[in-house]
Design a protein around this ligand. Sequence first.
Ligand code: ZN
Ligand code: FE
Length: 242
Amino acid sequence: MVMLQIVPVPAFSDNYLWLVHDQESGETAVVDPGDAQPVLEEAAKRGWTIGQVWNTHWHPDHTGGNLTIRKATGARISGPAAENIPGRDVALSEGDEVRLGSHVGRVVEVPGHTLGHIALIFDDERVAFVGDTLFAMGCGRLFEGTPEQMYRSLQLLTGLAEDTRLYCAHEYTLSNALFAAHELPGDAPIEHRLAEVKRLREEGKMTVPTTVAKERETNPFVRATNMDEFARLRKAKDSFRS
Ligand code: ZN
Ligand code: FE
């Protein structure tokens, strides 16, 4: 199978909007377009036409470009059934699928950051779009869900094959790494990754996508062995200033 081409489009201060292109069919989708213009420009530059919008949750930094993109391209908009998604054509629930050419992504519900948040998992490609649920060395804030929901959602995502690449929607890794090192001082994998992340950011480079293997090893929220530990960490991170 020809692999999917996945291209980051940076937007706002720290968002990544992901363009997904299938060479075989020539089809293109965009994940979480909070803004339309940078996405339309990047697609045009590559000669791609956006046929689908896939949203992971309703927050405006993930859906703000939906209507403009549809107006410009006629793209079909798919998003979580349980949330208010601008222009949604297709409502996605657990067990549903999205398709790009012959590539199939399954929909899983990952509540916590928002209640209807979904992730899209392309098992054969070892790719998952996780929105604001899991970040490199961190996880999303609990705006709507409970710690228990988020803990389960993270376990689900890091239960995927360990070489799965996790495409999250924000560049939060340095702040997450500093928090991880603060909580687990002297932890070798965390110290090592913190140094790597510092170097990458100083060079102006991205630190995502991450992988399931890296998160199992260095994400304190994933490593939390029970729900109480997770809840304490999440609360501490809310007020942590690096
Ligand atoms: Zn969000
Ligand atoms: Fe966001």
